[in-house]
Ligand binder design. Structure first.
Ligand SMILES: Cc1ncc(COP(=O)(O)O)c(C=O)c1O
Length: 462
C-alpha cells in the first residue's frame, strides 16, 4: 500500500491505492506481491496485455533512434508507417490520420475539424452538434459537452458549448415490449431527424456517437439498421457523422472497427485506447478524403495542433501493437474468447436474480445490475453498488470496470469487462468465477437488494 503521505493528486482524494509494480500478460502485480487479472484492460486499453516483448522492443528501438521531433518541423518514418497501416484498413473513403495523445484530444480535434470543414466549404452557419444521452466522449470541455452523462456534466455545465442530446440506443431499457429491434432503431432515427429539423438542417455540423457505448453505458450495442438509418439521415442533410471508437474500436468488438459490423463508414472516427494498447498515450482521428480535400482546396491547414502530435515513441508502440494484432490473428482470438466469455457469463449470471442484462460484442461485454429482473428496478444509488463490486473484485485479484448512473447518470449499475485479446479460456473461467463472487458479496453487503430505487420512466419520456 502507498504510504499515507502522497504528493500525487489522485482521482479520489484520501483513498489508498495499491502501487502497481509490474505486469505480464493479463496480470498486474502490486508492491505487496498480490496479483490481479486485468479483466478490463484498465479502461478497455490493454488489448495485448502487459509487458508484450515486441511492443517494448519497438519502443526501445525508436527511443534509440529518435525520441522526439516537433511536427511543425518534421514528419517521421514511424508516423508515416502507422498512418499507412491505419489508412489501409480504414472504413470506406477514409485515407488520412490525425495523431493526438488520447481519446479526449481525438474528440476535440474531430469537433474542430468538422466545424472547420463547413467553414472551408462555405457553410459557416453550421454550428450545432447533436450527440446522445448516456454517452461518454472524454473529460476535456468539448468532449464533456458532447458527452451525455448528466452527472459528469453537471458542475461544469456553465462552461460547456450548447449540444443537443437525443436518446441512446439502449434496447434493454427503452425498446417497447411490442416493438421489434428494427422498429426501435427506426424510432431513434426519427427522433434524431426531429432534432435536426428543430435546429434547422442547414445549421447542424455533426451527429456524434459511440458505435458501441462504453464507459458510462456498459457495452450498449446498436440494434440492426440503426446506424444505417443514421448514416442516410446525415447524408440527406449534409450533416457529418462522427463515430467515437476510442473504447469500442481497434479490435475490441471482434472487428478492427466496430462500425464494420454496422455496414457504414463515418466521416470522422476517433480511436485511442486499443491503438497503443496502453504502452504509450496515443489517439487519432481517421478522416474521410472529402474532408481532407476541402482543407486542401481551402485554407490548406487544420487550425489546431499540440506539442506531442504524432510522438515517435507513441507511434512506434502503436505500430507494433497493430502489427502483433495482425500477425497473431488476434481479431479472430477476440471473437472466439468473446464467445467464451459470453458463455461463461450466461452460465454464471443468466438466471442470477440481480443481473438484468448481459450484453456486448467480442471482448467488450457488460452486465447490468437490478434489484428485480421482472421490474428491472435499479439499486438505490446511495449503495454505490458499482464501487462495492470494484472493491470486492480487487480484493479477489480481479480488475473490472464498473460504473454507476447507467440509466440516466444517477440510477443504474453495470460492470464492464474488456480483457486483453490474449486472454485464455482458463483465465476467462477465473474471471467469471471471481466476478460472480464479487457481485454476490457486494449485493449481500447492501442487504440483498431489498432497497431498490424508484422505477424509472423510459428514456423516451425522461
Ligand atoms: C468513447 C470514449 N471517448 C473518449 C474517451 C476519452 O479518452 P481519454 O480518457 O483517453 O481522454 C473515452 C475514455 O474512456 C471513451 O471511452
Amino acid at each position: 500500500m502507498l504510504q499515507s503521505m502522497t504528493h500525487v493528486l489522485h482521482r479520489i482524494l484520501g483513498r489508498k491505492l495499491p502501487a502497481a509494480v509490474s505486469g505480464s500478460g493479463v496480470t498486474l502485480r502490486d508492491a505487496d506481491g498480490k496479483t490481479y487479472i486485468d479483466a478490463s484492460g484498465g479502461a478497455a486499453v490493454s488489448c495485448l496485455g502487459h509487458g508484450h516483448p515486441d511492443v517494448i522492443a519497438a519502443m526501445h528501438a525508436q527511443i534509440d533512434r529518435l525520441a522526439y521531433a516537433h511536427t511543425s518541423f518534421f514528419t517521421t518514418e514511424v508516423a508515416e508507417a502507422l498512418a499507412d497501416t491505419l489508412a489501409a484498413d480504414a472504413p470506406e473513403g477514409i485515407d488520412h490520420v490525425y495523431f493526438v495523445s488520447g481519446g479526449s484530444e481525438a474528440i476535440e480535434a474531430a469537433l474542430k475539424m468538422a466545424r472547420q470543414y463547413f467553414v472551408e466549404i462555405g457553410q459557416p452557419q453550421r454550428r450545432h452538434f447533436i450527440a446522445r444521452r448516456q454517452s461518454y466522449h472524454g473529460n476535456t470541455l468539448g468532449a464533456l459537452a458532447v458527452g451525455g452523462n448528466a452527472w459528469r456534466r453537471a458542475q461544469f455545465a456553465p462552461l460547456l458549448i450548447d449540444v443537443a442530446h437525443v436518446s441512446p440506443c439502449y434496447e434493454y431499457r427503452d425498446r417497447a415490449a411490442d416493438e421489434t429491434p428494427e422498429a426501435y432503431g427506426c424510432r431513434l432515427v426519427a427522433e434524431l431527424a426531429g432534432e435536426i429539423e428543430r435546429l434547422g438542417p442547414q445549421n447542424v455540423i455533426a451527429f456524434v456517437a459511440e458505435t458501441v457505448g462504453g464507459a458510462t453505458s456498459g457495452a450498449l450495442t446498436p440494434v440492426p439498421g440503426y446506424f444505417r438509418g443514421v448514416r442516410e439521415l446525415c447524408d440527406r442533410h449534409g450533416v457529418l457523422l462522427i463515430l467515437d471508437e476510442v473504447m469500442c474500436g481497434m479490435g475490441r468488438t471482434g472487428t478492427l472497427h466496430a462500425c464494420e459490423q454496422e455496414g457504414i463508414a463515418p466521416d470522422l472516427m476517433t480511436i485511442a485506447k486499443g491503438l497503443g494498447g496502453g504502452y504509450q498515450p496515443i489517439g487519432a482521428v481517421l478522416v474521410q478524403r472529402r474532408v481532407v480535400d476541402a482543407f486542401s482546396r481551402g485554407s490548406g491547414f487544420f487550425q489546431h495542433g499540440h506539442t506531442y502530435l504524432g510522438h515517435p515513441v507513441a507511434c512506434a508502440a502503436a505500430l507494433s501493437v497493430q502489427r502483433v494484432i495482425r500477425r497473431d490473428r488476434l481479431l479472430e482470438a477476440c471473437r472466439r474468447r468473446g464467445d467464451d466469455l459470453r458463455a461463461g457469463l450466461d452460465r454464471r449470471f443468466g438466471s442470477h436474480p440481480h443481473v438484468g442484462d448481459i450484453r456486448g460484442r467480442g471482448l467488450f461485454v457488460a452486465i447490468e445490475l437490478v434489484t428485480d429482473r421482472a421490474t428491472r428496478t435499479p439499486f438505490d444509488p446511495a449503495h454505490k453498488l458499482h464501487a462495492r463490486i470494484k472493491q470486492e473484485a480487487m480484493a479477489r485479484g480481479l480488475m473490472t470496470y464498473p460504473m454507476g448512473g447507467t440509466i440516466d447518470g444517477r440510477l443504474g449499475d453495470h460492470v464492464l469487462l474488456a480483457p486483453p485479446f490474449i486472454v485464455t479460456p482458463q483465465e476467462i473461467d477465473q474471471i467469471v468465477e471471481r466476478l460472480g463472487e464479487a457481485v454476490d458479496a457486494s449485493i449481500a453487503s447492501v442487504g440483498a437488494g431489498a432497497q431498490g430505487a424508484t422505477p424509472i420512466a423510459s428514456a423516451a419520456t425522461r
